[in-house]
Design a protein around this ligand. Structure first.
Ligand SMILES: C[S@@+](CC[C@H](N)C(=O)[O-])C[C@H]1O[C@@H](n2cnc3c(N)ncnc32)[C@H](O)[C@@H]1O
Length: 266
């Protein structure tokens, strides 16, 4: 494979689901990539799409799949390839900057050899799961909100608990990423116990599962009625604040919105 005089690294998000939620800019760099690095299942998703749309990937592009947990090593490999003059794309789901690969790349640069700071590295924005889920429902993020990653793989659980409590007390609408996984099922129960101490029982709770993918499920319920066990690794949770409202619709999931205007009591 002929190397360009100067290689580059683009860090992209594939969006939460299919090609329609991937930006044109991300698709354009994918088509030019000599190397694509990412978690196995994201690469499998790309290969599946490329089978139907061959222009998506150069047939000679090398795909480098790795496991979850290997993020720093994956980022370093991508930087080394770019340094060798290759056109490299590193992929995340959703947006690469939201609990994705972009931070791992900058950790690698920060800790790595000084020459990596001169590389042509760019992060391209993507559609994060929180925005895709919110759009399905209407406008639950219509007022102030925050996003919390419920995984305690990279931070102490005590930090997650403190942030949950403060976010709930402060009245943010809360998006919870990574509520559970095959090896982590208890945390979401503990998270709900904290939320129930600081939010009214009637607060709106949304389980947004596999949004945009086969098997998409949307459940709109309340904090009182929600069963945390329904959350899995494909689920994003949205916890409404005191003003978040539902608009019932015949035979359809209700619209959910958080009004733009707040009085001083919320
Ligand atoms: C490691 S985080 C990656 C987030 C990703 N970078 C983003 O911007 O959406 C994975 C979590 O994102 C959420 N997620 C990603 N895609 C989703 C989808 N299509 N539907 C619902 N939740 C999704 C889930 O909470 C999942 O556990």
């Amino acid at each position: 494979m002929a190397a360009e005089l100067s290689g580059w690294l683009r860090v992209i998000g594939l969006g939460p689901a299919g090609a329609e939620w991937r930006t044109a800019e991300a698709s354009e760099v994918l088509a030019r990539a000599q190397h694509v690095l990412g978690y196995h299942s994201y690469l499998a998703r790309l290969q599946q799409e490329a089978a139907a749309l061959p222009a998506l990937l150069d047939p000679s592009a090398v795909l480098h799949g790795s496991d979850n947990g290997d993020e720093l090593a994956r980022a370093r490999s991508a930087l080394e390839l770019a340094e060798q003059g290759q056109r490299v794309v590193l992929i995340s789901g959703g947006d690469a900057g939201v609990f994705g690969m972009a931070a791992a790349v900058f950790e690698a640069i920060d800790l790595g050899p000084a020459r990596w700071r001169a590389l042509d590295v760019r992060v391209l924005p993507g559609v994060t799961a929180m925005l895709a889920a919110a759009a399905r429902l209407g406008a639950p993020l219509g007022n102030d909100f925050c996003a919390i990653n419920l995984s305690d793989n990279l931070k102490p659980w005590s930090t997650v608990e403190r942030r949950l409590m403060l976010a709930a007390q402060a009245g943010f609408v809360i998006a919870l990423y990574n509520p559970a996984s095959r090896t982590r099922s208890e945390q979401v129960h503990r998270a709900f116990a904290i939320l129930r101490q600081h939010r009214v029982p009637s607060a709106v709770v949304i389980f947004a599962r596999a949004i945009g993918r086969a098997g998409e499920q949307l459940l709109v319920t309340t904090l009182e009625q929600a069963d945390p066990a329904q959350a899995d690794m494909q689920t994003l949770l949205l916890i409404g604040n005191a003003t978040t409202r539902c608009i019932a619709r015949p035979g359809a999931t209700p619209w959910v919105y958080t009004p733009r205007k707040l009085d001083g009591s919320t």
